[in-house]
Design a protein around this ligand. Sequence first.
Ligand SMILES: Cc1cc2nc3c(=O)[nH]c(=O)nc-3n(C[C@H](O)[C@H](O)[C@H](O)COP(=O)(O)OP(=O)(O)OC[C@H]3O[C@@H](n4cnc5c(N)ncnc54)[C@H](O)[C@@H]3O)c2cc1C
Length: 418
Amino acid sequence: MKASHWIIGLFVVSGVISCKKSDQNDPNSAPVPPSEVPATPPPAVDPPAVPEPPKPGTPDPKANRLPHPPLPPHPANLPPPPPPPPLTKKLRPTRPCLHLHDRKLIMNVAPTYDVIIVGGSHAGLSAAMTLGRCLRNVLILDAGSPCNFASEHAHNLLGHDGESPQEILNKSREQVLKYPSVTYQHSKVEVISGTDGEFEVISDQGISFLASKIILATGVSDILPAIKGISECWAKTAIHCPYCHGYEIKGQKIGILSHGQAALDMAMLMKNWSANLTVLSNTNEDIGFDQRRIFRENEIELIETEIEEVAHSNGIINSLSFTDGTSVSFEALYIRPGIKQPGTLALDLGVELDHHGFIITDHAQRTAIKGIFAAGDCCNPSRSIALAIGQGNMAGMCLNHELIVEKPKEELIDRTHS
Ligand SMILES: Cc1cc2nc3c(=O)[nH]c(=O)nc-3n(C[C@H](O)[C@H](O)[C@H](O)COP(=O)(O)OP(=O)(O)OC[C@H]3O[C@@H](n4cnc5c(N)ncnc54)[C@H](O)[C@@H]3O)c2cc1C
């Protein structure tokens, strides 16, 4: 190894570290887009000595080596670390901020992370916390529109019952960003390409990032019924989850906008919270004889006329009017929105979806595509904050385990020294 080579390596690494210290975890600090990197060639530097691959037939000099020594002792007991190695692809800068002369040396190299998490709400932040605690370099890219932001209060979440969704997320983000290897950026991911170990992620600002692994924590988009007035009442008095908000509407006069077997299932469930239920099939004719009988036996009213409008005051439902000119008063409406993946990221990657549109994962939150994990609503029809946090946690643990199995030990030593 040449002396000039060591000096340049030391120089670049110290630049990377000083940048990281000054701006890490600042959500506003944007990475340097590759387009800003000067196009002039780097100063002439001897390339690092790459060992020649063994010629076919020649004996492998490493063949008789002893097995690897055990893992090093706790970092606190180690002697001072050796000088850092020259910058190679293996040394991963956690931040894209580099001084001008450093940029020349590593130009065209996009910032590289162990993991990029797409979506920084409950599932994404939970995965990030686990991975930050595993000393992984993590970038969270978040478009900042979680599905429950229209709600004033979130419920059924131990430790946070009744807090606003915004409050819960702010607290979570603050805790996660205390881990120095985790970075958050407010931006939307447009494209993910590549394969396990070498994914490229491009944001809507056209900035490119590299990562070994990806976690999709993008949630889902709700598709509300196209009935006048419903979107204004959504998350206020038009709700979708009795476990999240059923307690708050207990005993009220509730309309259930659904049909077929789903309407019957929901009506029987909602009986737990109110005896004053009306199923609104909105002209869908798939309610069978047996279902009608069960409705009658359970004193659940059935209205099959087409709904014209939901009348409300600032999202508080007053009544429903029908196309036959009638109207019925209600206090709350239970609806079953359709869902879709936000954007085409999952489909473009070839990740498998189930017939409802959720990403299919295994128990370790792995998708069918190697290196791509998913957590939270995007892969879980039982949508809840607690479950999204649990799945994020699981994805973080399993992904870290996968990296430990795949990555050489030297990188671990490097990370514990930084
Ligand atoms: C109206 C409503 C009320 C609810 N109330 C409750 C409740 O009281 N209690 C409860 O436990 N659960 C509740 N839920 C369910 C709960 O909100 C979800 O289960 C939870 O938010 C799922 O978390 P998540 O991280 O998977 O997805 P989300 O919270 O939806 O977050 C997904 C994140 O990914 C981002 N994103 C998407 N695509 C991209 C992209 N391409 N690039 C970058 N970022 C992207 C989004 O902007 C968003 O920030 C409610 C849901 C709704 C719709």
